[in-house]
Design a protein around this ligand. Structure first.
Ligand code: GDP
Length: 298
């Protein structure tokens, strides 16, 4: 899955790095290191992560003639190291439903990611209830209702413009009442009213915790990989206000800038839990640094 989803990034990165080796091998000097750095940057991995890779290649090979394969192996290992994370999987409540709140800017792929996550959990034999908390966007509610029908799970919707916190409350309530394993709650993502939005998210958290102390157990932040470095600045406000616990990186397949996973991991200090690799319900994969690093060149 990673391999096909990362085609675009691989095309850019793989070709770029290979291009450095037109002849047989290449002397690792400052010129080579600078060229390598410039090419890494094109994947949007940012200067921090690209510098670390540059330093590692310099440390291992400076003054030597190296082959493409050696440099690729070093880059792969370094990316894997940088992405090492402790909590890749989803949190699980000790008892009662696990409540997952999903936040992110409109258009990031939030609704689609909820459908995929619900499908993933359902396929694993879990029962769940969806909460259509983005009550201001009729299209989002409709989309989630269609996914729920297709996946075969319950959905709680409010009237148009209803208080999102009340939808969230009812969703958790329904999950508890029916003994569901998970409640997944959508939220609004209107950036233009950022401070209201942040207050709304805090209210939702409070209401959920009131119904089920300790919930939400996960707050997933959905980021759009095609937005590259922009995704990062956009999402900072969300991550602070909503106390996020993990990241879903949507649209990784649509981007040649898959390197953005590195600065996201570095700057948010949050595990990347899932990546979106297409528009269909099955097009999501649990994030795994090893598979990711390998898929960048294979
Ligand atoms: P929302 O506004 O954040 O809820 O975003 P949506 O879930 O409606 O997604 C916005 C657009 O991105 C839609 O056209 C989706 O089909 C598309 N999309 C979402 N996730 C992915 C993904 O992982 N890959 C691709 N290629 N498209 C995606």
């Amino acid at each position: 899955k990673f391999s096909s989803g990362l085609q675009k990034t691989r095309r850019v990165l793989g070709t770029d790095i290979r291009d450095l080796f037109k002849s047989e091998g290449r002397l690792v000097d400052e010129e080579f290191l600078d060229e390598l750095f410039a090419r890494l940057i094109r994947t949007d991995m940012g200067t921090g992560p690209a510098n670390k890779i540059r330093d590692e290649v310099a440390k291992q090979y400076r003054g030597r003639v190296v082959q493409l394969e050696e440099v690729v192996a070093t880059i792969t290992t370094e990316i894997r190291e940088q992405l090492r994370q402790d909590h890749g999987g989803l949190a699980k409540a000790d008892s009662g439903p696990t409540v997952i709140l999903v936040v992110g800017v409109n258009g990031s792929g939030k609704t689609t990611s909820i459908g995929k996550l619900a499908n993933h959990l359902r396929s694993g034999g879990h029962s769940l209830v969806l909460g259509a908390g983005d009550t201001f966007r009729a299209a989002a509610v409709e989309q989630l209702t269609i996914w729920a029908g297709r996946i075969g799970c319950e959905i709680v919707t409010g009237k148009s413009g209803a208080d999102p916190a009340s939808v969230a409350f009812q969703c958790v309530d329904k999950a508890m009442e029916t003994g569901a394993d998970y409640a997944i709650i959508d939220t609004a993502g209107r950036l233009q009213t950022q401070s209201n939005l942040m207050q709304e998210l805090q209210k939702i958290r409070k209401v959920i915790d009131k119904r089920l102390p300790g919930a939400p157990h996960e707050v997933l932040l959905v980021l759009d990989a095609t937005a590259g470095q922009n995704a990062i600045s956009q999402a900072k406000g969300f991550s602070a206000a909503a106390a996020c616990t993990g990241i879903v990186l949507a649209k990784l397949d649509g981007s040649a800038k898959g390197g953005v996973v590195l600065p996201i991991h570095e700057q948010f200090q949050l595990p990347v839990k899932f990546v979106g690799l297409g528009e269909g319900l099955d097009d999501m994969a649990a994030f795994d640094p090893d598979s990711f690093a390998e898929a960048l060149f294979q």
